[in-house]
Design a protein around this ligand. Structure first.
Ligand code: NAD
Length: 387
């Protein structure tokens, strides 16, 4: 009989639903060393959390996350709340001896992220594991991209070009939400989506950003207060609120292996819904990825004869590709939610093996330092800022 892993999930909206799906699905498609149990879902409103638990498959509920940490039937706490709560919940959970999966960005400030990384290191010494939810690492095409770089198929990396483009607040009448409030979210497009492309480019290249020069912009500074709010949508109500975060971030960077990089994160790219676009050019080859075509990786092999060389469109749905063998026949495609399932698989496997999963809280802290350097650079007329 496979031993179980009792999970307590905090926050049940967008990420709460995506993570619930992953906890439910992972053991049905992957041979896991521990069987996750959807033990308890925590929210603040008793009626709504009970309704969510029923819908998402959780056995019980709590209306205070602290109660989840006191429960003996919970071994892992999954933090799916906005950034202003991550440090407090994650540190308390680690100190209570619970493994932690915490959504990205790790925290709202470098100081909070440092405290979390310290708590994670102390907990790891006691066999308690932690991971930050940079989920897009688990897209099979991203895994293949990383393998190609690690195998030397791109040679020396010279250019990294990364964009994360959305358009959900391009309309100036779109209402306020926690994502537009610095106290809740830490930053705007920068931390919400820019953090992903910082993590992804470092993950794919195996290199670290060493410095940045940045611009931040808030195009719409006042928005209607919400009558009701969804995760990335809402209905405008009475009165206006002030946007206290960036709407867009653009920055240049340098990697420690010598590559030059450009990054763009915006919620104002009309027509682009969730376009994570990454292109890497090396001395031997290039690769390109776009999440809006997430089962595909483009690869150019510079060793091929010029007459027939060209970007090839690799359909990343073969059993040889990362994670794919557990799913459907070749060509049948995966979607957004599969990355979350793969995240659960990697986390549970690491816990069972007694290993520290990646991306670690230390990795999350390093991304936080990049975000902080971007903000400091932008505030100082784009001055070059070391990380
Ligand atoms: N990995 C990814 O690709 C990805 C995608 C979207 C969001 N996120 C991250 O996930 C986190 C949550 O984002 P979201 O889009 O799910 O937000 P959301 O607004 O959809 O959900 C947040 C949930 O947290 C709850 N909550 C807030 N404070 C709470 C508290 N003190 N106690 C209990 N519950 C509380 C809210 O009621 C809501 O259920 C953020 O850190 C965000 O950056 C990650």
């Amino acid at each position: 009989m496979t031993p179980t892993l009792g999970v307590g999930l905090i926050g049940y909206a967008f990420m709460g639903a995506a993570h619930s799906q992953a906890w439910r699905t992972a053991p049905h498609f992957f041979d896991l060393p521990l069987r996750p149990e959807l033990t308890v879902l925590a929210g603040r409103d008793a009626v709504r959390v009970a309704d969510a638990a029923e819908r998402l498959g959780w056995t019980s509920t709590e209306t205070d996350w602290r109660r989840v940490l006191e429960r003996d039937d919970v071994s892992l706490v999954d933090v799916c709340t906005p950034g202003d709560t991550h440090a407090e919940i994650a540190i308390a959970a680690l100190e209570a001896g619970k493994h932690v999966l915490c959504e990205k960005p790790l925290a709202n400030t470098v100081a909070e992220a440092e405290a979390m990384a310290d708590a994670a290191a102390r907990a790891a010494a006691r066999g308690v594991r932690s991971m930050v939810g940079f989920t897009y690492r688990r897209v099979p095409a991203i895994g293949l991209a990383r393998q190609l770089v690690a195998d030397g198929r791109l040679g020396e990396i010279r250019h990294v070009r990364a964009q994360y483009l959305q358009d959900w607040i391009a309309d100036p009448t779109a209402p306020m939400s926690w994502r537009l409030d610095k106290d809740k979210a830490g930053s705007g497009a920068l931390g919400d989506i820019g953090a992903h492309i910082v993590d992804l480019t470092q993950h794919i290249t195996g290199q670290r950003l060493t410095g940045v020069s940045a611009l931040l912009e808030t195009f719409v500074e006042e928005r209607p207060l919400p009558a009701s709010a969804g995760s990335l949508s809402g209905v405008a109500g009475e009165g206006m609120g002030t946007v206290t975060v960036d709407d867009a971030a653009v920055f240049l960077g340098r990697f420690n292996g010598g590559a030059l990089a450009s990054f763009e994160a915006t919620r104002f790219a009309l027509g682009r819904k969730n376009a994570i676009r990454i292109e890497v050019n090396g001395s031997r080859g290039s690769l390109a990825f776009d999440f809006e075509d997430m089962n595909v990786l483009q690869f150019f092999d510079g060793d091929e004869p010029a007459a027939t060389a060209g970007f090839r469109r690799i359909l990343v749905t073969e059993p040889e590709h990362p994670y794919v063998g557990a799913w459907w026949p070749a060509g049948h495609g995966l979607g957004y939610e599969h990355g979350f399932t793969h995240q659960v698989v990697d986390l549970v496997t690491a816990i069972a093996k007694g290993e520290d999963p990646r991306p670690s809280f230390a990795d999350g802290l390093q991304v936080q330092r990049v975000l902080d350097a971007v903000e400091r650079s932008a505030a100082a007329r784009s001055v070059w800022t070391d990380i």
